[in-house]
Design a protein around this ligand. Structure first.
Ligand code: NVA
Length: 324
């Protein structure tokens, strides 16, 4: 590993750990890697990447494992239930052990602060594979998918300048936060439709607004989901009950029902709009079967694009260290 390299490792803990220009470069690289799956092999050797899950997974485990293998590395699955990071030993101690052996760490866990501690003490790039707060790899995959279906990346400047992204449902979850930050970095207008009490964290809105002011984007948070969706180029939703919130599922279903993405709501978007869902999807809850299985949905492309986007992120982090 890069003990001899100068500069500190860079990590991808939240969407806005990349600048707008870097996000664009990562998306360009993702498109290149999609066209030629073996174009870059930064882990050839092989070097190991630890991949750890403290919450359920399907897409993220498969796509990161495949990504590291295709980048020439060895994807080392660490069983979160056995490792018990933060319980059996501190995050900081685990970080120092892993950092002596692997080239990067991919971690899905609950608290963003634990991920930050891992990045601070491991000395190697750490990638957020979903926390309670953000799902930035999904954010990149979704931007790539939107680009593919709405005319490609912008000729210059922010990746998707001028396009409009709507998200309806739980505005307080990881996907909502990632859409705000990733969309603003891409120069997109981002409109959320969410019930009162389930809006984004104020500090995330403030960060998205600061980014939007620089990229020429706009941020809107609406109580009426129709106000969020009208005219959108891409319409996204997500489960009403995120991993770890199972005990709240009864009360959440009542609150979120008016925010279901059905055909009537989708009809307010641009006629060519695409529908995104990070999956798993619950038909009849946050999205109707008619919409999820209908002609505007691009969710299978979106799931595939996890692979390409994550290959690009891992490559970017392997090749970019912070100046000392
Ligand atoms: N908000 C969801 C995303 C699942 C990929 C959750 O955290 O469970």
């Amino acid at each position: 590993i890069d003990h001899d390299a100068t500069g500190a490792a860079r990590s991808f803990l939240a969407d806005d750990d990349l600048s707008s220009a870097e996000q664009r470069a990562v998306l360009e690289l993702a498109a290149t890697l999609k066209a030629d799956r073996h174009a870059r092999t930064p882990y050839a050797g092989p070097r190991s990447v630890a991949i750890i899950f403290d919450k359920p997974t399907l897409r993220t485990q498969v796509s990161f494992t495949t990504a590291v293998a295709e980048l020439g590395g060895y994807p080392l699955m660490v069983d979160g239930a056995l490792a018990q990071i933060g319980r059996r030993e501190s995050v900081s101690d685990v970080a120092r052990v892993l950092g002596r052996q692997v080239s990067a760490i991919v971690w899905r866990t609950f608290h963003q602060s634990d991920l930050e501690a891992m990045a601070a003490d491991s000395g190697v790039p750490v990638v957020n594979a979903l926390t309670d707060d953000y799902h930035p790899c999904q954010g990149l995959a979704d931007l790539l998918t939107i680009a593919e279906h709405t005319g490609g990346l912008s000729a210059s400047g922010p990746a998707l300048a001028g396009r409009v992204l709507a998200y309806v449902g739980d505005g307080s979850n990881n996907m909502a936060h990632s859409y705000l930050l990733a969309g603003a970095l891409a120069g997109m207008d981002v409109h959320l439709g969410c019930p009162e009490g389930y809006g984004p964290r104020p500090d995330v809105i403030a960060r998205a607004q600061r980014i939007a002011a620089e990229t020429g984007a706009a941020i809107g948070v609406h109580a009426d989901p129709r106000h969020a969706v009208v005219g959108a180029d891409a319409v996204a939703t997500d489960t009403w009950v995120s991993m770890g919130q199972e005990a709240e599922s009864g009360e959440r279903e009542g609150v979120f029902l008016p925010y279901q993405l059905d055909q009537d709501l989708l009809d307010l978007a641009d006629p060519a709009a695409v529908v995104l869902h990070c999956l798993p999807a619950y038909r009849g809850k946050e999205i109707t079967a008619e919409v999820l299985d209908g002609p505007r949905a691009v969710v299978w492309d979106e799931a595939e694009n996890r692979l390409h986007a994550q290959k690009a992120v891992l490559t970017f982090l392997a090749e970019h260290r912070r100046e000392p």
